[in-house]
Ligand binder design. Structure first.
Ligand code: HQG
Length: 207
């Protein structure tokens, strides 16, 4: 990830600011580590750090900051920057609370969506070895609560690269998915649904 910083002339910035004189507040490597930890904390193991999630996955920002301060020396200002500049819109801060928008394995209510049109096609990057089974039984949430879809082919390739250098990208027809009775929810740059039947997968692209 790129560093985040503040400049008196340019304001908060990602990478380097326009006048190149801004101060880096968190370097890229640490930003990524904190972001990954925050994803784990808010999606999978809040109880390990005595953080409580309400039914929609919201945690008190105070509790989260206590953990981040101890582990990484991070203050509120930097947490807010991490959330604001997150490339996938992974997190949300509201009313002194913070939550992950998607990706949970802990039981939270996920039946909400941001406004916006659903694009005609969505994409899912995966390991080539999963393809036969997905084409037979459909896309399932597996260990998470929801199935995750990307808004662009390129984003899906990045998701798939977590598993294999040459992932397979499945192309999903969203109209067909909606016609099958499945809701599609927008959560940052990611779209989620409960299940994708094989009939809604209209293309399988090897990369
Ligand atoms: C596969 C990250 C065989 C599915 C990513 C995937 C995403 C099947 C894996 C978000 C299957 C589950 C979620 C079936 C599904 N047979 N394999 N029937 N159905 N699978 O990690 O989508 O960066 O739970 O293809 O970028 O990879 O952390 O899902 O390979 O947006 O914010 O089972 O998490 O976001 O893996 O990743 P995951 P995902 P962050």
């Amino acid at each position: 990830m790129k560093p985040l910083g503040f400049c008196e002339r340019c304001g908060y910035f990602e990478g380097i600011c326009r006048c190149k004189r801004g101060k880096i507040l968190i370097d890229g490597e640490k930003r990524e580590r904190v972001s990954k930890f925050l994803s784990g904390l808010l999606r999978h193991y809040p109880e390990r750090f005595n953080v409580e999630l309400d039914e929609y996955g919201w945690a008190n920002i105070r509790d989260v900051l206590k953990v981040l301060r101890e582990r990484y020396g991070i203050d509120r200002n930097i947490l807010e920057l991490i959330v604001r500049f997150d490339p996938k819109g992974r997190f949300e801060i509201k009313n002194e609370k913070i939550r992950a928008k998607y990706g949970h394995s802990v039981r939270v209510k996920f039946n909400w969506s941001e406004e916006g049109e659903i694009p005609p096609r969505l994409y899912h990057g995966t390991h080539p070895k999963n393809v036969d089974s997905i084409l037979k039984e459909g896309l399932r949430p597996m260990k998470r609560l929801e199935v995750h879809l990307s808004e662009s082919f390129e984003d899906a390739v990045e998701v798939g690269k977590r598993y294999h250098p040459n992932p397979v990208v499945l192309v999903i027809d969203t109209k067909s998915l909606l016609n099958h009775g499945f809701k599609i929810r927008k959560k940052g740059k990611v779209y989620t649904t409960d299940y994708v039947p094989p009939e809604c997968i209209v293309d399988v692209v090897k990369t």
